[in-house]
Ligand binder design. Structure first.
Ligand code: CAO
Length: 448
């Protein structure tokens, strides 16, 4: 039996992240990707998973330890694996985990070796396995039983502490995290519902969507959702429920931009890049953000303060087989169209090959979500909170446009801007949007 040392993989440059929980004990059987410990840096919480299946024979980290990349976590006695996996007996370096996970279980191929969530998302993983609640090997089964009996539940120390402070009985809280873990969001939801129900207003909180046995109506197949899909669902729900969205629509006349882009096709090829409309959209958004800084803010201090960012980092939504990813282009306002084009290609490829590291996805100020290559005349994008606005891009089409004398065929690009109405007023949003449209319609301004 080979013995593997599990080490802390690349955790996005976090130095000295603290072990806030140990999820296993020596003797436990663990599977690939099962969390061993939870680290917390000042930016994020993250589970460090087992990279091999087997038995934990020694723990090399304890609560309170400060660990950095490469620090030992545990020794695991590897179980013999099915033929495909057994083909390689060489221990995989921890940084290769995403690729390895993808090979072993394409559906559960995690977004990264460690599931790292930036500040706004850290609640999703603050809740971790309760070591007394279940044996790791029997996690899923025990969780299911726990919900039936109502006597056991998964919740991490931060969640338990919060529940104690608010007097919330954890056994009554529905856990929406992996394996039914109770997350901070679940506590917030529980308390919101309790307030509404007890407030005498007759409100009944969020009505639950009933579970339906679809098999009653015909053949079905049920599959697990990827971690990425589940994480996206949590973030979307959080944004949808917390942020009053306003979505405004407009069209940019990109006839000249398209002609310019066609002229540059040869140069793009010689630079070994592709020049799609996206780099122009990113550049236009960056300039418009610089001119309209209200859209480059985030709420803080429970809504009492506004953080004005002096940098312009733009996220771009990338559709990958495992789910939605949003890598971030830093200082987009200071980059040329060619630099942006190269970064769009590089980050999109990294996203699809699951090679993005946490810092590639952190620090975004604003997001561009382009469905232009796929189709559609408009959509209402959901804001990537704590950002306060997002630009949705649909498919350009040639339309007759009245030029004051006659109708002219012009290439029109449908755009939608969603903004957080707690921060961005209609005037702010309108001015920003008008600027984006003007920049795209007159590309000379983009290069100024
Ligand atoms: N209108 C018409 N054609 C468009 C267009 C638009 N708005 N945007 C792109 N195209 C064209 C491109 O020009 C390209 O054609 P050419 O090679 O002839 O120039 C073709 O469509 C394919 O583009 P692409 O998709 O490969 O490249 P991109 O730069 O437009 O987009 C990326 C890159 C990564 C954003 C995209 O591939 C993607 O993943 N989009 C999905 C984003 C998403 O899922 N958003 C929703 C999030 S919420 O669920």
């Amino acid at each position: 039996m080979a013995i593997e040392k599990i080490i802390v993989p690349d955790i996005g440059g976090a130095e000295g992240a603290e072990v806030i929980e140990v999820l296993v004990t020596p003797g436990d059987e663990v599977s690939v990707d099962q969390g061993l410990i939870v680290l917390e840096s000042d930016k994020a919480s993250m589970e460090i998973p087992a990279t091999v299946a087997g038995k934990v024979i020694e723990l090399l980290a304890a609560v309170g330890d400060e660990l950095a990349e490469g620090a030992p976590v545990a020794m695991i006695e590897r179980v013999s694996e099915p033929d495909t996996a057994a083909a390689s007996t060489e221990p995989e370096p921890a940084a290769d985990v995403p690729r390895q996970a993808a090979q072993e279980d394409p559906l559960e191929a995690a977004p990264a070796a460690v599931q790292v969530l930036p500040d706004s998302e850290s609640t999703a993983v603050e809740s971790v396995r309760d070591t007394e609640a279940a044996s790791p090997a029997g996690g899923a089964v025990t969780t299911a039983q726990a919900h039936v009996t109502g006597t056991k539940f998964y919740a991490g120390p931060a969640v338990r502490k919060l529940a104690r402070e608010f007097g919330i009985p954890l056994e009554q809280v529905h856990g929406s995290g992996p394996q039914g873990r109770i997350l901070k969001d679940d506590l917030h939801r529980y308390s919101r519902r309790s307030v509404q129900e007890g407030g005498g207003s007759g409100g009944a909180g969020l009505p639950q969507v009933p579970e339906i046995d679809f098999a009653r109506f015909g053949e079905v197949e049920t599959t697990s959702r990827t971690k990425l899909d589940r994480l996206t669902a949590t973030n979307m729900r959080r944004s949808w429920l917390n942020v009053p969205h306003v979505t405004q629509f407009d069209e940019a006349d990109i006839t000249d931009l398209e002609a310019f882009r066609a002229q540059l096709k040869g140069e793009a090829e010689s630079r070994e890049t592709r020049l799609t409309p996206l780099p122009f959209l990113i550049k236009a958004s960056a300039i418009a953000l610089r001119d309209n800084p209200k859209l480059n803010t985030s709420l803080a201090g429970g809504g009492e303060e506004l953080v004005w960012k002096k940098y312009i980092h733009i996220g771009m939504a990338v559709d990958t087989p495992s789910g939605l990813m949003v890598p971030v282009i830093r200082d987009a306002d200071r980059k040329s169209i060619w630099q942006l084009a190269a970064e769009v290609m590089e980050l999109a490829a990294k996203a699809r090959e699951r090679k993005l590291v946490p810092q590639d996805m952190q620090g975004g100020c604003f997001t561009v979500s382009s469905l232009g290559a796929i189709g559609g005349t408009g959509f209402t994008p959901i804001i990537n909170t704590p950002e306060v606005a997002i630009l949705g891009v649909s498919k350009a089409a040639t339309k007759p446009v009245w030029n004051g004398v006659e109708f002219e065929p012009r290439k029109m690009l449908p755009l939608s801007l969603s903004y957080d109405h707690r921060v961005v007023n209609g005037g702010d949003g309108g001015r920003f949007f008008t600027r984006v449209v003007a920049l795209l319609s007159d590309i000379r301004q983009l290069s100024l």
